[in-house]
Structure formats: structure tokens, C-alpha cells
Design a protein around this ligand. Structure first.
Ligand SMILES: [Zn+2]
Ligand SMILES: [Zn+2]
Ligand SMILES: [Zn+2]
Length: 159
């Protein structure tokens, strides 16, 4: 269902419809309405989104379908988990180098303490750790806590 309450979300969607379908094609995924809609949200936001963000943006589609869509995207290398130190699970669009079961998103994630948004800091690479003091490393996360550029500008304008 496309709700009319969200014109700012819906208005620009048509423009990127092709790139959403191109992304699906590039990852050997069949085109479905929900897959394209979810990708369009990712393409339009320069930040990580949670399942509840997507539910809101898409006018509350079926939760199970949305959950499965996100898991499929994660498996196929389209989105990755953006850990931000909160208990909210967020996903962000992958770089083109990601493929099924082989993610290349070895970067930090920034979390804005002002507005709560989480963004990929693709230029901040994670250290390549294998074993530390007998501790076998499975995954490494780096969270940068701070104030995003939008909030920084707002704060500066109020001063
Ligand atoms: Zn990835
Ligand atoms: Zn912010
Ligand atoms: Zn990321």
C-alpha cells in the first residue's frame, strides 16, 4: 500500500526505479514490488535504516515479507548490518564490491547522538585482526559516536 501521508518519500521514487531494478538484476534477484520499494528507500537515504523505518516509509507493508526481504538482501550482498551501539538493528546499502555471503563492508559506522542517525564511514577501515592473545577474531565493529553534519550545522546556526 502506498500511503499519501508521505509525499516527500514517494515523490522522488520514480526517478530511481531503474537503478533499484538494476541493483536487483546485478544481484540475480527477481524483481518484486516490495524489493524495489525497499531498495528505493535505501537509495534515497544516505543513512542506515531499521525495519521500523522501512515500515513507516512504505506505509506498513507485511512485516514478514519485509523481514525476509532484508534477510535476502543481506545474503545477496545488497545491504549490511550497521551496528551503532544501540539495540536497534539497522541496515545500510552495500558498496558494489559485495557479493553473496561475501561482504566487503569493513568500515566504521557513525552514530549521531543528536538525531540518532547511523551512517557508513566508508573511509574509516577496520583493523584487520586475526588473533589477539589467543582470542580468535570473528568480527570487528567500530562505532564512531558524535554529531552528524546536519545536526552540526543546526547547532552552529543556533549559536
Ligand atoms: Zn556488504
Ligand atoms: Zn544528527
Ligand atoms: Zn556501512
Amino acid at each position: 500500500m502506498r500511503s499519501s501521508e508521505n509525499p516527500e518519500v514517494l515523490a522522488p521514487l520514480e526517478e530511481t526505479a531503474s537503478s533499484a531494478s538494476q541493483l536487483l538484476k546485478a544481484h540475480s534477484l527477481r524483481r518484486t514490488a516490495i524489493r524495489e520499494q525497499v531498495l528505493e528507500v535505501f537509495l534515497h537515504r544516505n543513512e542506515a535504516v531499521s525495519q521500523s523505518d522501512l515500515e513507516q516509509a512504505l506505509g506498513h507493508p507485511d512485516r514478514i515479507t519485509l523481514y525476509r526481504t532484508l534477510r535476502t538482501f543481506e545474503d545477496k550482498g545488497l545491504v549490511h548490518r550497521a551496528f551503532d551501539g544501540t539495540d536497534k538493528l539497522k541496515f545500510a546499502l552495500c558498496s558494489p564490491g559485495c557479493s553473496p555471503h561475501k561482504h566487503q563492508d569493513q568500515h566504521a559506522h557513525g552514530h549521531c547522538e543528536h538525531c540518532g542517525r547511523t551512517i557508513c564511514l566508508e573511509h574509516v577501515h577496520l583493523p584487520e585482526l586475526q588473533s589477539i592473545d589467543g582470542f580468535e577474531v570473528k568480527s570487528t565493529f567500530l562505532i564512531v559516536q558524535g554529531v552528524c553534519s546536519d545536526c552540526g550545522k543546526q547547532i552552529a546556526a543556533k549559536k
